[in-house]
Design a protein around this ligand. Sequence first.
Ligand SMILES: Cc1cc2nc3c(=O)[nH]c(=O)nc-3n(C[C@H](O)[C@H](O)[C@H](O)COP(=O)(O)OP(=O)(O)OC[C@H]3O[C@@H](n4cnc5c(N)ncnc54)[C@H](O)[C@@H]3O)c2cc1C
Length: 312
Amino acid sequence: MTFDLPDVRGTLTFDKPLDGLTWMRVGGPADILFQPADVDDLVAFLSALDPAVPVFPMGVGSNLIVRDGGIRGVVIRLGRGFNSIEIGEKVVAGAAALDAHVARKAAAEGLDLTFLRTIPGSIGGAVCMNAGCYGTYVADVLESVDVVHRDGTRETLVTAALNLQYRQSDLPEGTVVVSATFAASKTEATVLEQRMADQLAKRDETQPTKDRTAGSTFRNPAGFSSTGQADDTHELKAWKVIDEAGMRGARNGGAVMNEMHSNFLTNAGGASAADLEDLGEAVRKKVYDTQRITLQWEIKRVGEPARDVNKE
Ligand SMILES: Cc1cc2nc3c(=O)[nH]c(=O)nc-3n(C[C@H](O)[C@H](O)[C@H](O)COP(=O)(O)OP(=O)(O)OC[C@H]3O[C@@H](n4cnc5c(N)ncnc54)[C@H](O)[C@@H]3O)c2cc1C
């Protein structure tokens, strides 16, 4: 894809491999990777960019499989100019700030965003995915987000405008979240610190936190309300139906359904994005064939498959 690019103060990198920017360590190149210096730089770039060029904002890639052929157009990854964390009555965090840092800084001031402590993403990704765990979700504490739309216009959106649902939002395509404002309840800092320590220990006990994964691969088949709260009327868990289909530990090259947590698709070494995605599809098929349950991907799969040179 060829197109003219506006002048920027940040960094433009051509043909940038994305494998090193995702937790799974897979993925082909972005035509262009843009790392804006600050919000004004981002606004100027998007205002001047040919509207036909696709734009994909990414966070730290903890919920992504980037396919082996990479991403056409411009991938935007926010960095230093977007990672401030301001704590007052509210918590205002830049979209590039890591969830764990936000949780810790808020806790030190007695503000409870502890649920973010063990989620390995950035605030932009947390908003887009309505991230959550231990019964709290972004939707429960988010007041508003500042965004830059694909045409370069800035807007503040209140939470209701995002229509946050279980692991999804209505953010328009190409819209970049630049910061988020949270209203957190007050609790003593020592209590919050202990809670975070307990959550970290629990994670390490139950999930392969050191492996190359993107967290839960599939949504739980049922049992969630609009904000992602557990719904007692349904008991289905993705890991359980995967186990019942005999797919715990299933392999495809270097791709494995994790032995420790069967809903964690893992790059155990040398897997391509296609190996991972194909294994995920094989799991979906086996679960459907054996239980008539359709698993839905929670991991976002983006970009194009590798080109098959033999067919050209
Ligand atoms: C070990 C492990 C455990 C996990 N546990 C949990 C968990 O308990 N709960 C949970 O909810 N998730 C969990 N996840 C998944 C993942 O961490 C979250 O979905 C996280 O919010 C993704 O953030 P990210 O910055 O990595 O986003 P990415 O993975 O980079 O992107 C995810 C989506 O967000 C969009 N996005 C990212 N930044 C922006 C931005 N600035 N503006 C607009 N859109 C943006 C991308 O376009 C993409 O659609 C886990 C992942 C791992 C690897």
